[in-house]
Design a protein around this ligand. Structure first.
Ligand code: SAM
Length: 218
C-alpha cells in the first residue's frame, strides 16, 4: 500500500518529543477544525494542533479525534481553546508549520495591519526554520463594514510587499512567496471556509508564505 501523502520537510522542532518525530503543525483560528482533522488523516507522521478563540465549533471534532482510527479517530490531532493574543507558554518553540487561514476579526487585522505583538506571539511558537502560511479572503463589497471597523484597507500584492514584508521581518518572519489567487483551488486548502468561500465570486484571495528568521528580539 502507498504511504499516505506527507509533506514533511524532514526536520523536527527542537523541543518536539513526539514519537512520530515528523513535525508539528499549528493552525490558528482553526474554526470547526476541518483542516486539522483532514490533514492529520493524510499526514499520520505529523502532529496537528488546532487553536481557536471559540471552542463551540470544535466540540464535535474534539470528540471524533478520540475515536479509534478505524472509526475516524485521529490520534495525531489536538484542539485548544485560546486566542492568538494569549497563546499558551507550552507552545513556545514547538511549531514547524503555522497556518492562519481565512481569519476574521482580531485575527484578520493581526495578520493584515499587521499587529506586531501578535506576529511576535506567533513567532514565539515557531521552532527554528518554521514556516508560516496565511490565506486571506476579502469581498471588498460585502466585507466593507467589517474592514472599516477593523481599520483594514484593500489587500493587494503591493500591500504585502510594501507594508507587510518589512513589518513581518521585524517580528521574525521573512515573506518568501505571495500571490493573489484568482482561481484558487479550495480543495487543496481542506478547510471549511475555503470550501464555503470558493463559491462566492466577489472574493479576492491572497496568500503569503513566510519563514521564521532570527531577530534581535527572537
Ligand atoms: C472564518 S473562520 C475560519 C476558520 C478556519 N480557519 C477555516 O478556514 O475554516 C475564522 C476563525 O478565526 C477565529 N478567530 C478570530 N479571532 C481570533 C483570535 N483573536 N484568536 C484565535 N482565533 C480567532 C474565529 O473564532 C473563527 O473560528
Amino acid at each position: 500500500m502507498d504511504e499516505p501523502a506527507d509533506n514533511s520537510r524532514g526536520r523536527t522542532s527542537s523541543t518536539s518529543s513526539l514519537p512520530t518525530g515528523e513535525g508539528i503543525v499549528i493552525d490558528i483560528g482553526t474554526g470547526d477544525g476541518t483542516f486539522v482533522y483532514e490533514s492529520a488523516l493524510r499526514n499520520p507522521k505529523k502532529f496537528f494542533i488546532g487553536i481557536d478563540a471559540s471552542a463551540r465549533p470544535l466540540e464535535k471534532i474534539s470528540e471524533k479525534i478520540h475515536r479509534s482510527p478505524r472509526k475516524g479517530g485521529a490520534p495525531n490531532a489536538l484542539f485548544l481553546e485560546a486566542a492568538v493574543e494569549r497563546l499558551p507558554d507550552e507552545l513556545y518553540g514547538v511549531a514547524d508549520e503555522v497556518y492562519v487561514q481565512f481569519p476574521w476579526g482580531s485575527l484578520l487585522s493581526a495578520v493584515i495591519l499587521p499587529d506586531a505583538e501578535v506576529l511576535r506571539a506567533i513567532r514565539r511558537i515557531c521552532a527554528s526554520g518554521a514556516s508560516l502560511g496565511v490565506v486571506v479572503s476579502i469581498d471588498p463589497r460585502r466585507d466593507a463594514g467589517e474592514m472599516n471597523r477593523l481599520g483594514i484597507g484593500p489587500i493587494s500584492v503591493e500591500h504585502i510587499d510594501r507594508v507587510l514584508a518589512p513589518r513581518y521581518r521585524v517580528a521574525g518572519f521573512e515573506i518568501r512567496e505571495r500571490a493573489q489567487l484568482d482561481r484558487w483551488n479550495s480543495s487543496n486548502l481542506l478547510s471549511s471556509w475555503a470550501r464555503r468561500l470558493s463559491a462566492s465570486s466577489g472574493r479576492v484571495v491572497h496568500a503569503w508564505m513566510a519563514d521564521a528568521i532570527e531577530t534581535p528580539s527572537s
